[in-house]
Ligand binder design. Structure first.
Ligand SMILES: [Zn+2]
Length: 409
């Protein structure tokens, strides 16, 4: 047709619009659940958590996330990160974790029309029905429990529903990704005995095990040990960008076998291994996870407000529909898209809830004292009364008067 040459650009534009319209149609019915957003960290850094006097989440301009952007992005569920840097380990990490969990709860209290704090898969569905952002707490990372099963349980009761086993440092019981880069030394060869107890206790309680940030050995140990599927709350595919924060193909295979989930991170350095990246390259990671681990293993973990460089086209949380449009353009089926949006996460969360069993005996063996770091902690519970078995002299001193006391006087 003689007219066709000039019609093509128009056809292309219309097709692009139709994918975007289709994305919006799907997301209006089933919004997106994101695995990792660091807005609470920004609230601490920028406003010292003063939500009343300082931060206005409706007008917040210097962050990737605010309420209008969440609405424009069809975000219907968010795991807000209670993140503290590794320098808090062995210092005030437990106190600061409680404060970050508190600020997340206060977001829900201050904006009840927009956020709904929930702690279950059913809670997420309820928030969807009410058109609010289901807000959940993910603790990043394992140093937040200060090597204490008691703290782990307490954080669960305060609403923690996933815990990243490490951040960018080893805990005394799990190794982080810097071990794979040779920057840190392997300490636990994946998970120590205590680390295995932590994983078992997370299963028993119903806390999702998050393997973003951990070493490959830790990924494999946790995937083997966990009775429930696990998540990577914000990690991309290693074979597309060889960064040790990403998930290698043999682990993706284990993700497939265990029904687990990889929520793809948008940080440029994890997407393209360089300063710049674009939306299409993020879609490549989603495609790769789908190809190796299956469509049921794909999710989104944008890492908004936790990173400094984001791909062109995905600059803030309002941009998700453009990424969904790109997946549709790549011929993802509606069912596959709905899986990535929310259904895959809901399936994993429901499995974790099913595996949990609060009437089962809790783990309670404390971490050995010599595995605890830090110099300013007390040692209550560890300081044994002078054991008779350790002190033969003391044993004699105890027994001799006892023997004499048996003599009739
Ligand atoms: Zn992170």
């Amino acid at each position: 047709m003689w007219t066709s040459w000039w019609l093509w650009p128009l056809v292309a534009v219309c097709a692009a619009d139709s994918f975007r319209n289709e994305a919006e149609r799907i997301m209006r019915d089933l919004p997106l659940v994101d695995g990792h957003n660091d807005l609470p960290w920004q609230l601490l850094n920028l406003f010292n958590n003063q939500l009343l006097q300082e931060a206005n989440l409706t007008t917040l301009a210097d962050t990737h996330t605010n309420i209008p952007k969440l609405k424009a992005g069809f975000v219907g569920g968010q795991f807000w990160s209670a993140y503290l840097p590794c320098e808090t380990q062995n210092k005030d990490v437990v106190k600061r974790t409680l404060e970050q969990m508190d600020v997340i709860n206060r977001m829900c209290q201050m904006y009840p029309e927009d956020f709904m704090c929930v702690t279950s898969s059913e809670g997420i569905r309820q928030a969807f029905r009410e058109g609010k952002v289901a807000s959940l707490i993910g603790v990043e990372g394992g140093h937040s429990i200060d090597s204490s099963l008691g703290v782990l349980r307490a954080l669960y009761h305060l609403g923690m529903r996933y815990m990243t086993l490490t951040h960018n440092c080893n805990t005394p019981w799990a190794d982080n990704w810097l071990v794979d880069d040779g920057v840190d030394k392997a300490q636990s060869q994946g998970l120590s005995d205590f680390g295995q107890q932590v994983v078992k206790e997370m299963n028993r309680l119903g806390i999702m095990i998050d393997l973003a940030h951990v070493s490959v050995a830790t990924m494999k140990a946790a995937l083997k040990l966990s009775k429930a599927p696990v998540i990577f709350s914000h990690s991309s595919a290693y074979s597309l960008c060889r960064h040790a924060r990403n998930v290698p193909d043999d682990v993706l295979q284990m993700v497939k076998e265990t029904g687990s989930l990889v929520m793809v991170n948008f940080y440029n350095y994890f997407v393209s291994c360089s300063e710049g990246a674009n939306l299409s390259q993020v879609a490549d990671h989603l495609d790769h996870v789908k190809k190796v681990a299956g469509a049921g293993a794909v999710g989104f973990g944008g890492d908004y407000d936790g990173v400094t460089r984001l791909p062109v086209g995905l600059e803030d949380v309002s941009k998700y529909p453009d990424l969904i449009a790109e997946l549709l353009r790549r011929q993802w089926t509606e069912e596959e898209v709905r899986g990535a949006l929310a259904n895959n996460l809901l399936r994993v969360f429901e499995e974790v809830e099913k595996v949990s069993n609060h009437s089962e005996t809790p783990e309670e063996t404390p971490i050995p004292l010599d595995q605890l770091g830090g110099s300013c902690r007390t040692q209550y519970g560890y300081s044994e009364a002078p054991g008779l078995h350790q002190q033969p002299g003391a044993l004699l001193a105890f027994l001799v008067p006892l023997l004499f006391s048996l003599q009739p006087l």
